[in-house]
Ligand binder design. Structure first.
Ligand SMILES: [Zn+2]
Length: 157
């Protein structure tokens, strides 16, 4: 009992530190979405607008996901601290599964946003948005690597 009480504060400090680190990373994601929006893009304004809107929505959702995940993680640790160890492990595994599912849903949602706003490749008809793709710098489809620029410019003229 005594040793458990001595370990608890350092474990909590570690968890709090890990949470702060991940929050910073989460907000860095949101900020970097805006940062990439400021980089001189070679895409036509209309496409660039769509790209930024999807990127900002994506980054906001990632931020919400991270908040929810670490909120849930923290509540689990607090609630199950005195329970049997397997219940903690089970909660962690469930949380990780939920997080993976949420991330899969997020990528599906990215594709839905692309379809909704017509941010699609004119060659392979796949969604053009990918987190961390450089479409605004090279104007190439992240899937088939063909340039989308000539077609986009031709259709807008
Ligand atoms: Zn393509």
């Amino acid at each position: 009992m005594h040793s458990a009480a001595a370990i608890a504060p350092s474990a909590n400090t570690f968890l709090a530190g890990a949470c702060i680190l991940f929050f910073v990373l989460g907000f860095y994601q949101i900020l970097s979405g805006k940062y990439w929006g400021k980089v001189k893009s070679i895409l036509p304004a209309e496409l660039e607008q769509k790209r930024i809107e999807i990127a900002v929505r994506h980054n906001q959702l990632v931020g919400v996901l991270l908040l929810a995940f670490f909120g849930a993680l923290f509540s689990c640790v607090t609630l199950l601290r005195h329970g049997p160890r397997f219940s903690m492990v089970l909660a962690m595994v469930l949380l990780l599964c939920a997080e993976f599912y949420a991330i899969r849903r997020l990528f599906k949602y990215d594709e839905q946003m692309c379809e909704q706003w017509g941010f699609m490749c004119p060659h392979c008809h796949k969604p053009l948005y990918q987190p961390r793709s450089f479409i605004n710098l090279n104007g190439r489809c992240p899937k088939c690597q063909k340039s989308i620029l000539t077609d986009a410019i031709r259709s807008s003229v």
